[in-house]
Design a protein around this ligand. Structure first.
Ligand SMILES: Nc1ncnc2c1ncn2[C@@H]1O[C@H](COP(=O)(O)OP(=O)(O)OP(=O)(O)O)[C@@H](O)[C@H]1O
Ligand SMILES: [Mg+2]
Length: 388
């Protein structure tokens, strides 16, 4: 078998041999989707591998059902949601059933061509696409409002597959991006989740706040108790170590020492984005110097290069995302994890004074609370901050 050209991979579709662990999570989400037993939300801090996991579920589940993946980032209004949603549902339908291609073309025309001709084109197609398209046209001529449009989008998948007697999984990645669209979309979703028989949903988000507001408050949250929750943590270190050993061996016939492996996880933990990035950085060195063994010194050097590469992003984050007190808290915590009292003491303020910012930052997953101590979730950002 031809060897892969790189040992590590950042961005794009992550599958074997680059996909590490998440076996239980994948099985869990796949099971709930294929049996239509419940919708789920995957919660994890940024860069922990939500999208990769969702894509893996998509790939596995689409062997036996219709799966549409929709990234909610960049959707700013109900029309934007409607159009992206319908486009993705039709795209996955077309990929699964050859005949869907014509539907996709008609749909794209619908958004730009003159209204008149489109009515005829739609009635020729008929079925659920005609119904959905007619509402989209009425929106263009201002005969219906944005709410009707949302309703039509969310009703569309089940209607579309009714003739096929098929199940549907709708994946909404970066679900929190829909919050600014207003609560109505969530109430509509609830209605659909309760009435649709063949559709389940999989959401992802990177804040406890969203989880709490949309799913967690009894009597207030629009989707209260409508979904199962799955928290993604860091990948356990032994998996990361094995991944490094195997990839370096398979692709470069290169060994890595035990202390060097410990050094890897000491710096980047089990955060997938960072262990892949650090791997890429190490790999450059291996290729350049034709190395056959990686030691702690090499890891150290690669990590310094990684910090340099990311420093622009970190600087921007540092300057634009936090208030003065939040910055002070972060700077203090970059040295080591601390309890509320310890942080307060170090900042020379009362614990009550910082409790608001501590909970805000924990809700946003910037901080992680473990054994009554707070630490910066993003270990690499913390390392950069310590040097600042
Ligand atoms: N299970 C995994 N095994 C190996 N690498 C992974 C895994 N999951 C993610 N990665 C690596 O981390 C990178 C970022 O992952 P991904 O985009 O899935 O994270 P995310 O949580 O969706 O991030 P964001 O919050 O920025 O959307 C991937 O490009 C890949 O390099
Ligand atoms: Mg993502």
């Amino acid at each position: 078998m031809a060897k892969a050209s790189s040992a590590f991979k950042v961005g794009g579709f992550i599958e074997a041999p680059y996909f590490v662990d998440r076996v239980d999570e994948l099985q869990h989400l796949h099971h709930d989707a294929r049996t239509l037993s419940q919708s789920n939300v995957v919660i994890a801090p940024r860069r922990f591998g939500k999208t990769s996991l969702l894509r893996a579920v998509e790939s596995r589940a689409s062997e036996e059902m219709l799966v549409s993946y929709i990234n909610c980032l960049g959707i700013v209004d109900p029309v934007g949601f409607h159009d992206r949603f319908v486009e993705e549902v039709l795209r996955s339908f077309a990929a699964r059933h050859g005949k869907g291609k014509r539907l996709l073309v008609t749909w794209r025309d619908l958004l730009k061509k003159p209204v008149l001709g489109m009515r005829d084109a739609l009635s020729e197609i008929g079925g659920s696409v005609e119904g959905m398209g007619a509402i989209r046209l009425k929106f263009r001529t201002r005969e219906v409002d944005a709410q009707a449009l949302l309703e039509s989008a969310l009703a569309f998948p089940e209607k579309l597959v009714a003739e096929q007697d098929e199940r549907v999984l709708i994946i909404l990645d970066e679900f929190q991006a829909l919050v600014p669209l207003g609560e109505h979309i969530f109430s509509l979703l609830k209605e659909k989740m309760e009435s649709q028989k063949k559709v389940v949903y999989l959401f992802s988000g990177s804040s406890f706040r969203m989880l709490h507001e949309v799913f967690g408050r009894e009597g207030k949250s629009p989707l209260y108790q409508m979904v199962g929750r799955l928290f993604l943590g860091e990948i356990p270190y032994p998996f990361v170590h094995r991944f490094y050993r195997e990839r370096l061996q398979d692709v470069h016939a290169c060994e890595i020492t035990g202390p060097a492996l410990s050094q890897v996880t000491e710096h980047v933990g089990g955060i997938p984005y960072y262990f892949q990035k650090l791997g890429v950085s190490l790999e450059r060195e291996i290729t350049l110097r034709n190395k056959k063994k990686i030691n702690s010194h090499d890891v150290e050097k690669a990590f310094t290069l990684l910090l340099e590469e990311l420093s622009g992003d970190f600087q921007e984050r540092w300057e634009t995302r936090f208030t003065g007190q939040q910055r002070a808290i972060l700077k203090t915590l970059s040295r080591e994890p601390m309890s509320v009292t310890e942080i307060a003491h170090s900042l020379d303020v009362s614990p009550a004074n910082i409790s608001y910012n501590l909970s805000r930052q924990t809700e946003a997953m910037i901080l992680t609370k473990e054994d009554r101590r707070y630490r910066i979730t993003d270990r690499v950002f913390a390392a950069w901050l310590e040097e600042l």
